[in-house]
Design a protein around this ligand. Structure first.
Ligand code: GLY
Length: 340
Protein backbone atom coordinates (compact mmCIF):
# COMPACT_ATOMS: atom_id res chain seq x y z
CA UNK A 1 0.00 0.00 0.00
CA UNK A 2 1.05 3.60 -0.48
CA UNK A 3 1.00 5.07 3.07
CA UNK A 4 1.52 8.67 4.14
CA UNK A 5 2.43 9.07 7.82
CA UNK A 6 1.75 12.61 8.97
CA UNK A 7 4.13 13.44 11.82
CA UNK A 8 7.74 12.46 12.46
CA UNK A 9 7.84 12.12 16.23
CA UNK A 10 8.83 8.84 17.84
CA UNK A 11 5.33 7.37 17.27
CA UNK A 12 5.05 8.34 13.59
CA UNK A 13 8.60 7.23 12.84
CA UNK A 14 8.17 3.89 14.61
CA UNK A 15 4.95 3.28 12.64
CA UNK A 16 6.71 4.21 9.39
CA UNK A 17 9.66 1.92 10.16
CA UNK A 18 7.28 -0.99 10.79
CA UNK A 19 5.27 -0.28 7.64
CA UNK A 20 8.48 -0.11 5.54
CA UNK A 21 9.63 -3.41 7.08
CA UNK A 22 6.31 -4.94 5.97
CA UNK A 23 6.93 -3.83 2.38
CA UNK A 24 4.66 -0.82 2.14
CA UNK A 25 5.52 2.29 0.16
CA UNK A 26 5.81 4.88 2.96
CA UNK A 27 6.38 8.63 3.16
CA UNK A 28 6.63 10.41 6.55
CA UNK A 29 5.51 14.00 6.17
CA UNK A 30 7.05 16.45 8.64
CA UNK A 31 8.88 19.74 8.14
CA UNK A 32 10.73 19.43 11.47
CA UNK A 33 10.73 15.73 12.40
CA UNK A 34 11.63 14.84 15.97
CA UNK A 35 11.11 18.37 17.27
CA UNK A 36 7.90 17.79 19.26
CA UNK A 37 7.38 16.01 22.57
CA UNK A 38 9.89 13.27 21.61
CA UNK A 39 12.69 15.85 21.73
CA UNK A 40 12.29 16.46 25.46
CA UNK A 41 10.83 13.13 26.64
CA UNK A 42 12.82 11.53 29.44
CA UNK A 43 12.46 8.02 28.00
CA UNK A 44 11.34 6.06 31.05
CA UNK A 45 10.14 2.62 29.97
CA UNK A 46 8.39 2.05 33.25
CA UNK A 47 4.75 0.98 33.36
CA UNK A 48 5.05 0.46 37.13
CA UNK A 49 6.32 3.97 37.80
CA UNK A 50 4.20 5.75 35.22
CA UNK A 51 0.70 4.32 35.50
CA UNK A 52 -1.51 5.50 38.26
CA UNK A 53 -4.65 4.49 40.06
CA UNK A 54 -7.50 3.90 37.61
CA UNK A 55 -5.24 3.21 34.61
CA UNK A 56 -5.22 -0.60 34.33
CA UNK A 57 -5.44 -0.55 30.52
CA UNK A 58 -2.43 1.75 30.30
CA UNK A 59 -0.53 -0.58 32.55
CA UNK A 60 -1.45 -3.60 30.41
CA UNK A 61 -0.37 -1.80 27.23
CA UNK A 62 2.80 -0.47 28.86
CA UNK A 63 3.82 -3.95 30.00
CA UNK A 64 3.15 -5.35 26.50
CA UNK A 65 5.23 -2.59 24.90
CA UNK A 66 8.05 -2.86 27.44
CA UNK A 67 8.41 -6.50 26.32
CA UNK A 68 8.92 -5.33 22.73
CA UNK A 69 11.58 -2.77 23.62
CA UNK A 70 14.68 -5.03 23.78
CA UNK A 71 14.06 -6.26 20.21
CA UNK A 72 13.13 -2.78 18.98
CA UNK A 73 16.24 -1.21 20.56
CA UNK A 74 18.45 -3.99 19.18
CA UNK A 75 17.03 -3.48 15.70
CA UNK A 76 17.91 0.22 15.95
CA UNK A 77 21.25 -0.34 17.69
CA UNK A 78 20.22 1.98 20.55
CA UNK A 79 21.28 0.98 24.10
CA UNK A 80 18.75 0.51 26.89
CA UNK A 81 19.38 1.58 30.47
CA UNK A 82 18.50 -1.61 32.34
CA UNK A 83 19.30 -1.02 36.00
CA UNK A 84 15.67 -0.44 36.87
CA UNK A 85 13.71 2.31 38.58
CA UNK A 86 13.69 3.24 42.25
CA UNK A 87 10.46 4.81 43.48
CA UNK A 88 11.29 6.87 46.53
CA UNK A 89 9.56 9.22 48.96
CA UNK A 90 11.55 11.92 50.71
CA UNK A 91 9.51 12.69 53.84
CA UNK A 92 6.83 10.73 55.70
CA UNK A 93 4.03 12.06 53.45
CA UNK A 94 6.05 11.21 50.34
CA UNK A 95 6.63 7.77 51.81
CA UNK A 96 2.83 7.35 51.89
CA UNK A 97 2.77 8.14 48.15
CA UNK A 98 5.25 5.32 47.65
CA UNK A 99 3.04 2.98 49.68
CA UNK A 100 -0.02 4.05 47.66
CA UNK A 101 1.81 3.29 44.41
CA UNK A 102 2.77 -0.13 45.78
CA UNK A 103 -0.96 -0.73 46.51
CA UNK A 104 -1.91 0.36 42.98
CA UNK A 105 0.61 -2.11 41.58
CA UNK A 106 -0.59 -4.83 43.92
CA UNK A 107 -4.12 -4.41 42.51
CA UNK A 108 -2.60 -4.80 39.03
CA UNK A 109 -0.95 -8.05 40.12
CA UNK A 110 2.56 -6.57 40.43
CA UNK A 111 4.15 -7.35 43.77
CA UNK A 112 6.91 -5.05 45.04
CA UNK A 113 9.09 -5.18 48.16
CA UNK A 114 8.68 -2.00 50.15
CA UNK A 115 12.06 -0.88 51.45
CA UNK A 116 13.05 1.33 54.36
CA UNK A 117 15.45 4.24 54.21
CA UNK A 118 18.64 2.23 54.76
CA UNK A 119 17.79 -0.41 52.16
CA UNK A 120 16.95 2.22 49.54
CA UNK A 121 20.21 4.04 50.15
CA UNK A 122 22.15 0.80 49.91
CA UNK A 123 20.76 0.47 46.37
CA UNK A 124 21.46 4.14 45.52
CA UNK A 125 24.08 5.57 47.88
CA UNK A 126 23.91 9.13 46.48
CA UNK A 127 20.33 9.64 47.70
CA UNK A 128 19.65 12.15 50.46
CA UNK A 129 16.94 11.63 53.06
CA UNK A 130 14.47 8.98 51.92
CA UNK A 131 11.59 7.63 53.98
CA UNK A 132 10.47 4.72 51.83
CA UNK A 133 11.00 3.20 48.42
CA UNK A 134 10.89 0.17 46.17
CA UNK A 135 12.69 -1.01 43.08
CA UNK A 136 11.14 -2.19 39.83
CA UNK A 137 13.00 -3.98 37.06
CA UNK A 138 12.38 -1.93 33.94
CA UNK A 139 14.30 0.20 31.47
CA UNK A 140 14.90 3.63 30.02
CA UNK A 141 16.10 4.86 26.65
CA UNK A 142 17.28 8.14 25.15
CA UNK A 143 14.37 9.16 22.88
CA UNK A 144 16.59 11.56 20.92
CA UNK A 145 18.88 8.68 19.99
CA UNK A 146 15.86 6.60 18.96
CA UNK A 147 14.44 9.39 16.80
CA UNK A 148 17.83 10.13 15.19
CA UNK A 149 18.29 6.45 14.35
CA UNK A 150 14.77 6.07 12.96
CA UNK A 151 15.27 9.18 10.81
CA UNK A 152 18.56 7.79 9.48
CA UNK A 153 16.93 4.41 8.71
CA UNK A 154 13.96 6.02 7.01
CA UNK A 155 16.16 8.39 4.98
CA UNK A 156 14.39 9.15 1.70
CA UNK A 157 11.04 8.10 3.22
CA UNK A 158 10.90 11.39 5.19
CA UNK A 159 9.76 14.51 3.34
CA UNK A 160 8.72 18.04 4.32
CA UNK A 161 5.50 17.88 2.31
CA UNK A 162 3.11 15.16 1.13
CA UNK A 163 3.82 13.78 -2.32
CA UNK A 164 1.26 14.47 -5.03
CA UNK A 165 0.42 10.77 -5.46
CA UNK A 166 -2.76 9.91 -3.55
CA UNK A 167 -2.19 7.56 -0.60
CA UNK A 168 -4.13 4.36 0.02
CA UNK A 169 -3.77 5.04 3.74
CA UNK A 170 -3.02 8.16 5.76
CA UNK A 171 -1.70 7.69 9.29
CA UNK A 172 -2.13 10.80 11.44
CA UNK A 173 0.64 10.92 14.07
CA UNK A 174 0.92 14.65 14.61
CA UNK A 175 1.00 14.66 18.41
CA UNK A 176 -0.94 17.51 19.98
CA UNK A 177 -2.01 19.07 16.68
CA UNK A 178 -4.38 16.78 14.86
CA UNK A 179 -5.91 18.05 11.63
CA UNK A 180 -9.68 18.52 11.34
CA UNK A 181 -11.97 16.77 12.03
CA UNK A 182 -9.84 15.06 14.71
CA UNK A 183 -8.45 18.22 16.31
CA UNK A 184 -10.66 18.12 19.46
CA UNK A 185 -9.59 14.57 20.33
CA UNK A 186 -6.25 15.72 21.71
CA UNK A 187 -5.24 18.58 24.02
CA UNK A 188 -1.78 19.71 25.05
CA UNK A 189 -0.54 19.16 28.60
CA UNK A 190 2.68 21.00 29.17
CA UNK A 191 5.73 19.24 30.57
CA UNK A 192 9.07 20.78 31.42
CA UNK A 193 12.41 19.05 31.85
CA UNK A 194 15.84 20.21 32.91
CA UNK A 195 18.85 18.41 31.43
CA UNK A 196 21.89 18.34 33.69
CA UNK A 197 25.38 16.94 33.48
CA UNK A 198 26.78 15.49 36.69
CA UNK A 199 29.87 13.58 37.82
CA UNK A 200 27.64 11.60 40.22
CA UNK A 201 24.65 10.28 38.24
CA UNK A 202 22.38 7.75 39.95
CA UNK A 203 22.67 4.16 38.77
CA UNK A 204 18.87 3.76 38.70
CA UNK A 205 16.15 5.87 37.22
CA UNK A 206 14.80 7.63 40.32
CA UNK A 207 11.09 8.41 40.43
CA UNK A 208 9.89 10.09 43.55
CA UNK A 209 8.05 12.62 45.61
CA UNK A 210 9.66 15.45 47.54
CA UNK A 211 7.37 17.37 49.89
CA UNK A 212 4.47 16.36 47.65
CA UNK A 213 6.19 17.32 44.35
CA UNK A 214 6.54 14.46 41.88
CA UNK A 215 9.90 14.34 40.12
CA UNK A 216 11.99 11.91 38.10
CA UNK A 217 15.68 11.66 37.36
CA UNK A 218 16.68 9.66 34.30
CA UNK A 219 20.39 9.01 33.71
CA UNK A 220 21.77 8.99 30.17
CA UNK A 221 25.19 8.49 28.63
CA UNK A 222 28.14 10.74 29.58
CA UNK A 223 26.74 11.92 32.91
CA UNK A 224 23.62 13.50 31.45
CA UNK A 225 20.57 13.44 33.72
CA UNK A 226 17.04 14.41 32.70
CA UNK A 227 14.96 15.90 35.49
CA UNK A 228 11.21 16.04 34.88
CA UNK A 229 8.50 16.74 34.71
CA UNK A 230 5.78 19.19 35.29
CA UNK A 231 2.20 18.57 34.22
CA UNK A 232 0.14 21.63 33.38
CA UNK A 233 -3.10 22.06 31.48
CA UNK A 234 -3.40 25.44 29.82
CA UNK A 235 -3.31 27.15 26.45
CA UNK A 236 -0.09 29.14 26.98
CA UNK A 237 2.88 28.37 24.73
CA UNK A 238 5.01 25.46 26.02
CA UNK A 239 7.97 27.37 27.44
CA UNK A 240 9.92 26.52 30.60
CA UNK A 241 9.03 28.84 33.46
CA UNK A 242 11.25 29.99 36.32
CA UNK A 243 8.87 28.65 38.97
CA UNK A 244 8.61 25.17 37.50
CA UNK A 245 12.34 24.89 36.79
CA UNK A 246 13.02 25.98 40.37
CA UNK A 247 10.63 23.35 41.77
CA UNK A 248 12.13 20.60 39.62
CA UNK A 249 15.70 21.48 40.58
CA UNK A 250 14.85 21.81 44.26
CA UNK A 251 13.19 18.39 44.28
CA UNK A 252 16.05 16.83 42.30
CA UNK A 253 18.74 18.28 44.56
CA UNK A 254 16.88 17.13 47.66
CA UNK A 255 16.82 13.59 46.32
CA UNK A 256 20.43 13.66 45.09
CA UNK A 257 22.40 16.32 47.01
CA UNK A 258 25.42 16.01 44.66
CA UNK A 259 23.31 17.66 41.94
CA UNK A 260 24.06 20.97 43.64
CA UNK A 261 27.20 21.02 41.49
CA UNK A 262 25.65 19.70 38.27
CA UNK A 263 25.95 21.68 35.06
CA UNK A 264 22.65 22.88 33.59
CA UNK A 265 22.57 21.89 29.92
CA UNK A 266 19.04 22.94 29.00
CA UNK A 267 15.55 23.73 30.27
CA UNK A 268 12.90 22.64 27.77
CA UNK A 269 9.14 22.32 27.51
CA UNK A 270 6.65 20.73 25.15
CA UNK A 271 2.98 19.87 25.14
CA UNK A 272 2.11 16.22 25.59
CA UNK A 273 -0.82 14.98 23.50
CA UNK A 274 -3.55 13.97 25.95
CA UNK A 275 -6.91 12.39 25.15
CA UNK A 276 -10.10 12.53 27.20
CA UNK A 277 -9.52 9.08 28.71
CA UNK A 278 -5.71 9.33 28.74
CA UNK A 279 -5.42 6.34 26.41
CA UNK A 280 -3.88 6.74 22.95
CA UNK A 281 -5.73 6.59 19.66
CA UNK A 282 -4.34 3.76 17.56
CA UNK A 283 -6.39 2.39 14.69
CA UNK A 284 -9.07 3.28 12.17
CA UNK A 285 -11.39 6.25 12.00
CA UNK A 286 -14.74 6.42 10.23
CA UNK A 287 -12.84 7.72 7.18
CA UNK A 288 -11.80 4.53 5.37
CA UNK A 289 -8.46 6.06 4.29
CA UNK A 290 -7.38 7.53 7.65
CA UNK A 291 -5.85 5.84 10.71
CA UNK A 292 -4.70 7.57 13.90
CA UNK A 293 -1.55 6.94 15.94
CA UNK A 294 -1.86 9.82 18.36
CA UNK A 295 -2.76 10.98 21.86
CA UNK A 296 -0.01 9.09 23.69
CA UNK A 297 0.07 11.66 26.52
CA UNK A 298 2.90 10.63 28.90
CA UNK A 299 3.59 7.28 27.27
CA UNK A 300 4.69 7.90 23.68
CA UNK A 301 8.19 6.51 24.11
CA UNK A 302 7.12 3.44 26.10
CA UNK A 303 4.25 2.65 23.72
CA UNK A 304 6.06 3.35 20.42
CA UNK A 305 6.93 -0.26 19.48
CA UNK A 306 3.49 -1.61 20.43
CA UNK A 307 1.79 1.26 18.60
CA UNK A 308 3.86 0.56 15.47
CA UNK A 309 2.77 -3.07 15.43
CA UNK A 310 -0.90 -2.43 16.20
CA UNK A 311 -1.10 0.42 13.72
CA UNK A 312 0.50 -1.58 10.92
CA UNK A 313 -1.82 -4.51 11.73
CA UNK A 314 -4.83 -2.16 11.59
CA UNK A 315 -3.76 -0.60 8.28
CA UNK A 316 -3.50 -4.16 6.95
CA UNK A 317 -7.05 -4.85 8.07
CA UNK A 318 -6.77 -6.32 11.59
CA UNK A 319 -9.24 -5.28 14.28
CA UNK A 320 -7.80 -2.63 16.63
CA UNK A 321 -7.32 -3.11 20.37
CA UNK A 322 -10.68 -1.86 21.71
CA UNK A 323 -8.96 0.21 24.42
CA UNK A 324 -7.10 2.15 21.72
CA UNK A 325 -9.69 2.21 18.94
CA UNK A 326 -10.06 5.92 18.01
CA UNK A 327 -13.74 5.38 17.24
CA UNK A 328 -14.44 5.10 21.01
CA UNK A 329 -14.04 8.90 21.15
CA UNK A 330 -15.60 9.73 17.79
CA UNK A 331 -19.26 10.25 16.99
CA UNK A 332 -20.40 7.55 14.61
CA UNK A 333 -21.00 8.96 11.14
CA UNK A 334 -24.50 10.00 10.20
CA UNK A 335 -26.20 7.12 8.39
CA UNK A 336 -26.38 7.72 4.65
CA UNK A 337 -29.00 6.53 2.15
CA UNK A 338 -32.00 4.40 3.06
CA UNK A 339 -35.41 5.70 4.09
CA UNK A 340 -36.54 6.91 7.43
N1 GLY B 1 6.41 10.02 30.88
C1 GLY B 1 7.00 11.12 31.47
C2 GLY B 1 6.29 12.38 31.34
O1 GLY B 1 5.35 12.49 30.59
O2 GLY B 1 6.65 13.31 31.98
Amino acid sequence: MRVHVLGGGIVGLACADELVARGHDVVVVDRTPGSGASAVAAGMLSPAAETWHGEPELHRLGVASLRLWPEFAARLGVPLHERGTLLVGHDAGDGQEVERQAEVLDLLGVGVDLLGSRQVRELEPGLGRVARGFRVADSAVDPRAVVATLLARLGRHVAPAAPSAVADAVVVATGTRLPAPWTPLVRGVRGEVVRLRTDDPPGHVVRGWVAGEPVYLVPRAAGELVVGATLEEHDAPPVPTAGNVLRLLQAARTLLPALDRAEVLACEARDRPATRDHLPLVGPTYDPRTWLAAGHFRHGVLLAPLTARLLADAVEGAAPDPALDPRRLLDSPAPTGGTS
